[in-house]
Write a protein that binds this ligand. Structure first.
Ligand code: SF4
Length: 334
């Protein structure tokens, strides 16, 4: 049996878990191609206009798989943390895909919803495995193996690799030398920052300037949560909490020379979170910050120019005056 996994949305966080689970159960896992122009164009053509870019691109990935597999895995990911949700667009994803794309194979459209607790984890896992076997022991065994893979993956990220490096099987032998370089904190939804096509390869572009790129996934969850908790109200969007906590923590770290927020057009969560982050950084720190927004029409030249200007400013500051800021109260002091 061939199971298709679209390389979009939370693929970048969970693909080791999902692929291991299905493979241990005996299925052949087929991934969609990496995002390319055809996938983006197909997604844009086959999704409602007001969807955000990542949702459109996800549709393109499903189209890429639909004639190659027996089942396509499109989970309805409502919540993965207690008292939090991911995004309203994730909650209706299988329905949106079914109504937008014709001639789909059968779909594994299980609901993943842990907002009350993880008590229904076992039922969810069983439902996911039952598309391949009804043998509960086999399903439990496969999930145990998959969890181990997931933990290994998370450990690699903690050791300094980014999901994009693990996916490419890149061994960063020089992780320590990377750590000695000037650091840039790149934040954004994983499907924006780790998708090389959508992000216009921003990670590699920054590395070519001899910068060490870290992301929200490079920080410990406890640190992120503690920093996010300084908000007056609890952030109930998981992405929002993670991005806020990472930015608040990052803006206090001396070795981080600048913060880039990569957002996609049409994201309601980003429009709020990016604004809060930008205001806090401008008010409470002298860190350079830039918001880059991508959509299906974004030209690479424009993004390159903005990255180049940002990096130039950081390098100039490093060489000249450490405390010189292009904004806020520090400006008047010089
Ligand atoms: S969080 Fe934003 S970018 Fe992600 S699916 Fe929701 S609206 Fe789209």
């Amino acid at each position: 049996m061939k199971i298709g996994i679209p390389r979009g949305l939370l693929y970048y966080y969970y693909y080791p878990l999902w692929t291991t689970f299905f493979e241990v159960l005996g299925a052949e896992v087929i991934l969609s191609e990496k995002t390319n122009k055809q996938i983006v164009d197909n997604g844009v053509k086959n999704t409602v206009d007001d969807a955000c870019l990542p949702i459109k691109v996800y549709h393109g990935h499903v189209i890429d798989l639909k004639d190659k597999v027996d089942l396509v895995f499109v989970p309805k990911m409502m919540s993965v943390h207690k008292d939090e949700y991911i995004c309203p667009k994730f909650c209706g994803l299988p329905e949106m895909v079914k109504s937008s794309i014709k001639d789909l194979p059968n779909m594994i459209d299980i609901t993943i919803d842990f907002h009350k607790s993880k008590k229904n984890l076992s039922r969810t896992v069983n439902e996911m495995g039952s598309y391949i076997t009804k043998d509960r022991n086999k399903i439990d065994f496969a999930f145990e193996k998959a969890l181990k893979e997931h933990e290994n993956y998370k450990a690699k990220i903690k050791s300094g690799m980014l999901p994009i490096d693990v996916e490419e099987h890149k061994i960063l032998k020089n992780i320590n030398s990377y750590k000695e370089k000037a650091q840039i904190l790149l934040i954004g939804h994983p499907y924006n920052i780790y998708d090389a096509y959508l992000s216009m390869n921003i990670i590699e572009k920054l590395r070519k300037y001899d910068l060490d790129v870290i992301t929200q996934d490079s920080f410990d969850a406890k640190v992120i949560n503690k920093k996010a908790a300084i908000m007056d109200k609890k952030m109930f969007w998981s992405f929002g909490r993670k991005l806020l906590g990472s930015a608040f923590y990052g803006m206090e770290q001396k070795n981080i020379q600048g913060i880039i927020y990569l957002s996609s057009f049409g994201c309601g969560i980003d429009s709020v979170i990016a604004d809060i982050i930008e205001r806090r950084i401008r008010r409470n720190s002298d860190k350079p910050f830039i918001l880059l927004t991508i959509d299906e029409h974004t030209g690479e030249a424009g993004i390159n120019t903005r990255i180049e200007a940002f990096v130039d400013m950081i390098k100039w500051r490093g060489k000249n005056e450490n405390n010189f800021s292009t904004h806020g109260k520090y400006l008047s002091a010089h």
